[in-house]
Design a binder for this molecule. Structure first.
Ligand code: BGC
Ligand code: BGC
Length: 721
């Protein structure tokens, strides 16, 4: 259907019918639902009529072909003009075949597999009746106390932007209108939800517009450039005004400057939350502010359906404002083909065939292995298959490895670590004990674990946070592992046996008490459905670890926020002439994180040759190329992630010490060398000036190529104009 047809449909709609298109309700409100979705916010007494439900525009959290078809069928019988519902759900890192959490996917630096994971999630969701996913979440994160860092790909604007595009391509494909195996994507949470003060969820965000544009906005913009259909507002304030009522953010920036004309949806309850935020006196004012700011769909509160009518009748808002919102929603329905095919790809028999297929599980296993990061290895890994291994800890036999935002994933069908290892080494050589729970334990459990471990040659400790400890509303102030698990590590250390820790968690942790007491640490994050199998691939060396961190691991929580692309300050600690005291430092801990951005080990070693620049200056037309030879100097084939960083030595505003500009992932056989070439262009040197102009200026720069954000020799060059 074209706009003129949609507009004539809008003309036939009553004001009530139009306004009802703007509400989104969760599944339990609908006849025909067999509710099994996740309630992510307070379901408040909405006090809406059945008629509003019949006229409503979209549904949250329904899935499964049978349920979706039944809701849609009943809806079309009750809706006067036969306008179909849009079905939206949080398909974040997999639908039923669960992939690693996004922070883990980030650590793979593998854009192709990231895209593939979203494509598979879309395929499973589409046959199960979903039309729109509330993903990708692209909020830049610097504070591991915030539970939702697991949903982000990390602390770098460039890398996050690359992943944002990859996920949008994977979900939507290249032509959503014809490709029924894809779903529309909704980028979130606009904007800067990843920067809450103190890492406390939903808390205030406060930053300059310059910083917003430089660090936080690029990934949302990248998703828009990739054609994302929808945008979701954030819960937080942006410069004192909640995002969901922020006219500057949504009208001036998103719509006028960036030309976004798709659907803008509030986050769960965020319109009504304008009242406790303190910018709306009542629901009427909340509705007024949100619609004026450009929010088309109000998720899970009823300010619009209850109050927009009076606002139109009073003349406070024009009916055309409502018509525009309705048009955008109907356009998306038309694009997805819902007027002709209201069930779209929902198909019960295909659903059985496709969802959790062997092929999908294999893709998840491959990505999981590439997402784990080897943080330490004093020679105990890879494990030999003929040694006796004791797998100890609360995650030895746990299916809680899917992570938050996997509401349709089945923990029962997840491959546990013990089972993954047994699959490879056979059960006769494997022993196991729990040792303790996540945060409680008994003396007996501890002693049993000690006895079991004493019978083995090697100890594999499976530790971590349960999935409730991160994700939404999962902020923690102390980001060490719970005390009982640290006690378990200490106890088993008395055995003086080679010990490997495998960590299951959703955030960078303070690893003191773990990393210093074991011989190797593998950060497995929440690895998804095939977790145990993928980890076994890595521990036994059938796959060589290649992941690298995309979020710094702090030395301790007192450093937070700690991130690689920070400023130098006027008194850097490492300057050649630095004083002992009067420099920017802590008296009790180092400035550097425990493990920096870009860091990750492998079972092989790589050597980097001296890097060469093709010249010593660039200008607007002339780029530079930087070449380096990387050699696999070890005995195992492996993938290395070669990273290019640039530093602007003197800007109009202060520039970060290093900024990631490009990377390449290369496969090297033992002894093999590859030449990696990066092109440096003037475009990469642009930044937001104090007047918010995005441009470069002449002067001196350093390029760095290396295996992580801390290593790599400086290569000076000039930009001349
Ligand atoms: C979350 C969103 C999510 C929405 C719908 C909210 O609580 O912040 O990320 O998409 O719920 O489930
Ligand atoms: C301090 C100032 C002080 C100045 C002169 C600086 O290091 O920051 O507060 O007034 O020295 O002693």
């Amino acid at each position: 259907m074209r706009d003129n047809q949609l507009n004539s449909l809008i003309q036939q709609m009553t004001l009530e019918e139009k306004i009802a298109q703007l509400i989104q309700l969760a599944t339990p409100f609908y006849q025909g639902s067999n509710y099994n979705g996740q309630i992510t916010g307070p379901i408040v007494e909405l006090g809406i009529t059945e008629e509003i439900v019949h006229n409503s525009g979209s549904v949250l959290g329904a899935s499964g072909a049978e349920e979706v078809i039944s809701i849609q069928k009943t809806h079309l019988e009750n809706n006067r003009l036969g306008i179909p519902l849009l079905f939206m759900a949080d398909v974040v890192h997999g639908f039923k075949t669960i992939f690693p959490v996004p922070l883990a996917i980030g650590c793979s630096w593998d854009l192709g597999l990231a895209e593939k994971s979203a494509e598979i999630a879309a395929r499973e969701a589409a046959v199960s009746g979903v039309h729109v996913t509330f993903a990708p979440m692209v909020d830049l994160v610097r504070d591991p106390r915030w539970g939702r860092v697991m949903e982000s790909t990390g602390e770098d604007p460039y890398l996050n932007s690359q992943f944002a595009k990859a996920f949008v391509r994977g979900f939507q494909g290249s032509d959503l209108e014809t490709d029924k195996n894809r779903v529309a994507a909704c980028v979130k949470h606009f904007a800067a939800y990843g920067a809450p003060e103190g890492g406390r969820d939903y808390n205030t965000v406060n930053m300059s517009e310059r910083q917003l544009r430089e660090s936080y906005l690029p990934a949302y913009k990248a998703a828009l450039d990739a054609g994302v259909e929808m945008v979701m507002t954030a819960f937080n304030t942006v410069d004192g005004i909640p995002a969901s009522a922020n006219k500057w953010l949504m009208r001036d920036l998103l719509r006028d400057e960036w030309k976004f004309d798709g659907v803008l949806i509030s986050d769960w309850g965020a319109v009504k939350e304008l009242i406790p935020h303190g910018v709306a006196a009542d629901e009427t004012e909340a509705a007024y502010k949100a619609i004026q700011a450009g929010v088309d769909i109000e998720m899970m509160t009823a300010c619009y359906v209850k109050h927009l009518r009076e606002l139109v009748e009073n003349g406070d808002i024009h009916e055309t404002t409502i018509d525009e919102a309705v048009l955008r929603i109907l356009r998306l329905k038309a694009k997805l083909g819902l007027f002709e095919h209201p069930y779209r790809a929902a198909d019960e028999s295909l659903e059985k065939e496709i969802v959790m297929s062997h092929q999908h599980r294999q893709a998840s296993r491959e990505l999981a292995a590439k997402s784990c990061v080897l943080l330490k290895n004093d020679g105990v890994l890879p494990l030999q298959k003929d040694r006796k291994i004791a797998v100890i800890g609360p995650f030895a036999q746990s299916g809680d490895i899917l992570g938050p935002w996997s509401w349709l994933g089945s923990k029962e069908q997840a491959v546990q670590l013990y089972d993954g290892l047994t699959e490879k080494a056979g059960s006769s050589l494997l022993l196991t004990a729990k040792g303790c729970g996540i945060d409680t334990g008994t003396e007996e459990q501890l002693n049993e674990a000690f006895d079991i471990a004493s019978q083995a040659d090697i100890i594999v400790l499976a530790l971590g946070e349960d999935s409730e400890m991160s994700g939404e509303a999962g902020s923690r102030a102390d980001i060490r592992l719970p005390e009982v698990q640290i006690e378990l590590v200490k106890k088993l250390k008395q055995l003086h046996k080679p010990t490997v820790a495998v960590l299951f968690n959703g955030r960078p942790l303070d690893l003191h008490g773990v990393i210093d007491h074991v011989d190797a640490v593998l950060e497995a994050w929440y690895p998804g459905t095939e977790g145990g199998a993928a980890i076994a691939d890595l521990l036994f060396g059938d796959v060589n670890p290649s992941g690298k961190l995309t979020m710094s691991f702090p030395f301790s929580v007192g450093q937070v926020p700690v991130y690689y692309n920070h400023f130098n300050t006027g008194r850097p600690k490492d300057a050649p002439d630095a004083q002992e005291r009067y420099v920017s430092q802590y008296l009790d801990i180092p400035n550097q994180p425990l493990l920096p951005f870009g860091f990750g080990l492998s079972y092989t070693t790589y050597s980097y040759s001296e890097a060469k620049l093709s010249g010593d200056s660039i200008n607007l037309e002339q780029s530079l190329s930087l070449t380096i030879k990387v050699t696999n100097t070890g005995k195992m084939a492996g993938e290395e992630i070669v990273q290019l960083y640039i530093q602007d030595l003197a800007g109009e505003v202060v520039r970060p010490l290093k900024e990631l500009k490009a990377f390449e992932k290369i496969m090297l056989q033992p002894g093999e060398s590859k030449k990696v070439t990066f092109t440096i262009t003037e475009e990469q040197l642009r930044y937001y000036h104090s007047d918010l102009q995005f441009k470069s200026d002449p002067g001196a720069f350093n390029a760095y190529v290396g295996p992580n954000s801390q290593q790599g020799q400086a290569l000076p060059f000039q930009l001349v104009k």
